[in-house]
Design a protein around this ligand. Structure first.
Ligand SMILES: CC(C)(COP(=O)(O)OP(=O)(O)OC[C@H]1O[C@@H](n2cnc3c(N)ncnc32)[C@H](O)[C@@H]1OP(=O)(O)O)[C@@H](O)C(=O)NCCC(=O)NCCS
Length: 198
């Protein structure tokens, strides 16, 4: 794989456009695969929502039908989220296989929207993305991740990555997140405190 170059991206158009730097993180080994992680730009949107909506099909296995969104995310809402957060993607052989978002909210960084394609799950990709995005975090020492209370895959992945349940998840969700009430009631948060100077 050729080394990638840093560059810029823009989401939206005209006066609504949001532009930023694409920072390519280095290629890393995940098991036997070589995975490239980089920030995503507007041209990655369709691939990203495909990953999200494919991985989110699993929600139907534990959420009441009334709480399942189909699709989980539209291209418009993906671009809207990009106005607040930086989307990162993991690529294998040029194919986007996983996404995760990093958002700053006051005194904390939120890791959001972790989705790995089903046939690439359980291979360490989410663990690798957690580690890489944690290293990107600067200026705050608290990282928060929200998930469904019944999402045992996410909860076990977070526990394994060193996150611990928030003592008062509802207060955290109300303070740091803007999500519908039904989703808030069926969610909880995990946290990790970084112990290095940033
Ligand atoms: C949750 C998710 C992102 C984890 O991604 P992943 O790349 O499969 O995770 P990893 O391979 O890094 O696994 C890390 C740990 O998570 C736990 N885990 C992951 N998948 C699991 C599963 N199906 N069953 C039980 N534990 C699981 C395990 O502890 C695992 O460590 P191990 O394989 O050494 O036992 C992925 O399952 C996914 O995309 N799920 C659908 C969308 C979703 O629920 N997103 C979370 C939103 S917060």
């Amino acid at each position: 794989m050729q080394p990638e170059q840093n560059g810029t991206y823009c989401l939206g158009s005209d006066r609504d456009a949001v532009c930023g730097d694409i920072e390519y993180l280095r290629e890393v080994a995940v098991g036997e695969a070589r995975v490239m992680v980089r920030a995503l730009g507007a041209s990655d949107g369709l691939a990203a929502v495909t990953v999200i909506n494919t991985a989110a099909e699993w929600y139907a296995e534990f959420l009441p039908a009334s709480e399942v969104n189909e699709p989980e995310m539209t291209l418009d809402s993906w671009a809207e989220e990009a106005r607040r957060m930086t989307w990162y993607g993991a690529f294998e052989g040029g194919e986007l296989v996983a996404v995760m978002g990093l958002e700053y909210a006051g005194d904390a960084a939120l890791l959001r929207h972790a989705y790995v394609l089903p046939d690439r799950q359980r291979q360490g990709i989410a663990s690798m993305l957690h580690q890489r995005l944690e290293r990107q975090v600067h200026g705050v020492d608290r990282i928060i991740v929200g998930t469904y209370t019944t999402n045992y895959k996410a909860r076990q992945a977070l526990e394994k990555a060193g996150y611990r349940p928030s003592p008062d998840p509802e207060a955290v969700l109300r303070h740091y997140y803007d999500i519908p009430e039904d989703r808030l009631q069926s969610s909880l948060t995990y946290e990790k405190h970084l112990d290095r100077d940033r």
